[in-house]
Design a protein around this ligand. Sequence first.
Ligand code: DX5
Ligand code: ZN
Length: 228
Amino acid sequence: MAVQINPSILSADFARLADEAQAVKGADWLHVDVMDNHFVPNLTLGVPIVESLSRATDIPLDCHLMIEDPDRWAPQFVEAGAGSVTFHAEAAAAPVRLAREIRAKGARASMALKPATPIEPFEDLLPELDMLLIMTVEPGFGGQAFLDIMLPKIRRTRELISRHGLELWLQVDGGVSAETVERCAEAGADVFVAGSAVYGTDDPAAAVRSLRAQAERATAGAPWACAH
Ligand code: DX5
Ligand code: ZN
């Protein structure tokens, strides 16, 4: 799997989302953070904005649902045009049923783990997923400091993926920047979400290119990585 860079629009100008999508040309996915002020202490956007954004850009949408009751809401984000939908393991009542429903509706199914949630209890579920998201901050806000203590979990997850021979993408989200992307890549991540490290710069597209180059260098030679 090649390295993928997913800019998070949480750090973009919400009044100019179409332009902000245009500003990260070359990005693999646009990461859309959906927050409900219940699962996390912040409130962002919902289905109608995802619907409009999916019409306004060719970049596929990677929707990260930080919401309660994803079993009820996630399928609506697929219908709104999301190409990948991530629900939280801590919030899903029936993760296997939900992942199957997301896939059946035509999107990639992904599950996220908060920092205190271990990967091990979910080992048997991994074949049901297209991507696993390991949060490297407590979800809720952009611009937080990367949690180095998550690196062993990334490593253990990469080992599980290799051991089971799965085609599962391993995403990291939170505090990913020029300073931390290489550590994540070396530990086994291949999909990198970056908000402030992309939209906080004068040239977001250049930031995407530079993060990609760093991650590719860091994983060169790793058995799970391949050239872009
Ligand atoms: C945080 C969100 C992230 C956020 C990352 O809960 O899930 O996607 O946008 O922002 P940075 O890259 O600034 O940490
Ligand atoms: Zn996110």
